[in-house]
Design a protein around this ligand. Structure first.
Ligand code: SAM
Length: 282
């Protein structure tokens, strides 16, 4: 069977290298190269971009990224069993694929890359949210990356793009939407993966904004959303009591009813409250 790049089909790669999926590494592989090329295209035009891929596994998405023209791909894979398969891809695309055998949570690969940088990954579910939060909370904004195109459990994807008033709305939505445009671009059923997970998965594309959507201090905003959503059923005048002694006045000054609950407050409202608190001390 011929493939988009002349390399063997992924089923054969998995068989030859005996890549039996390990649950503890979140290994649910995509074996359809047309699908992985489609996901790569969702990251936009990759020619002239360096791409970081976390968890290439047997290399389905990696091959999609390279076939779609990524200038370079830096792939970080924890499972050493995948390295021989990835070396074959590297040989087919000379000088364009570098593979690092490491835990993505412990490595900072940015000094190996040249801007513009995009991050594209079918993330291991157990570390996906943690990596996203790190990428969204750099020391300074704008971050080193231009966009993130990431596969999550559908339920996590919905939390990233959620709007006020919905059950999924919370800290993750506020964090993501404060400094990026985030949208779900594709949802896949369990059968798209081998082995199939129990749940649907969604690809979220997050494009960074050059400056935050509304001005606010990141640390204060984080404190407010943590306090507000840790007790999401409580009224803000009570859940935010520890943040500022005169919280009722600060809420009113920001145009928020002290009896409202966190899940009713828009991003704009939280940013206004953060500015009020910054201006009046906390
Ligand atoms: N990209 C491949 C695909 O789409 O078929 C594999 C995706 S699979 C959902 C997740 C991959 O991440 C696995 O290959 C797994 O070994 C790897 N992985 C798990 N934890 C990791 C970590 N902390 N750092 C880097 N890779 C990790």
């Amino acid at each position: 069977m011929s493939t988009i790049d002349g390399l063997p089909p992924l089923r054969e790669v998995i068989r030859v290298h005996d890549l039996v999926a390990k649950k503890q590494l979140g290994q649910n592989f995509l074996l359809d190269l047309n699908l992985t090329a489609k996901i790569a295209r969702m990251a936009g035009d990759l020619s002239g971009c360096d791409v970081i891929e976390v968890g290439p596994g047997p290399g389905g998405l990696t091959r999609g990224l390279l076939a779609e023209g990524a200038r370079r791909v830096l792939a970080i894979e924890k499972d050493p069993r995948c390295l021989p398969a990835l070396e074959e891809i590297s040989a087919a695309y000379p000088g364009r694929l570098e593979v690092i055998n490491a835990d993505a949570l412990t490595i900072d690969p940015t000094d190996r890359l040249t801007a513009p940088i995009r991050i594209v990954a079918n993330l291991p579910y157990n570390v996906g949210t943690e990596l996203l939060v790190r990428w969204l909370t750099p020391q300074a904004w704008p971050p080193f990356w231009d966009s993130l195109t990431l596969m999550f459990q559908k339920e996590v994807a919905e939390r990233i793009v959620a709007k006020p008033g919905s059950k999924a709305y919370g800290r993750l939505a506020l964090l993501a939407q404060w400094r990026t445009d985030a949208r779900i671009v594709l949802t896949l059923p369990p059968e798209a993966f081998t082995p199939p997970p129990k749940i649907h998965s969604s690809v979220v594309h997050l494009k960074r904004l050059d400056a935050p959507r509304y001005p606010a201090d990141a640390a204060i905003l984080s404190r407010l959303t943590a306090a507000g959503f840790n007790q999401r059923r409580k009224m803000l005048r009570s859940s935010l009591k520890g943040v500022a002694p005169d919280i009722e006045d600060r809420l009113r000054a920001a145009g928020i009813e002290p009896t409202a609950r966190a899940e009713e407050i828009s991003l704009e409202g939280f940013c206004a409250l953060a500015r009020e608190i910054a201006a009046n001390g906390s």
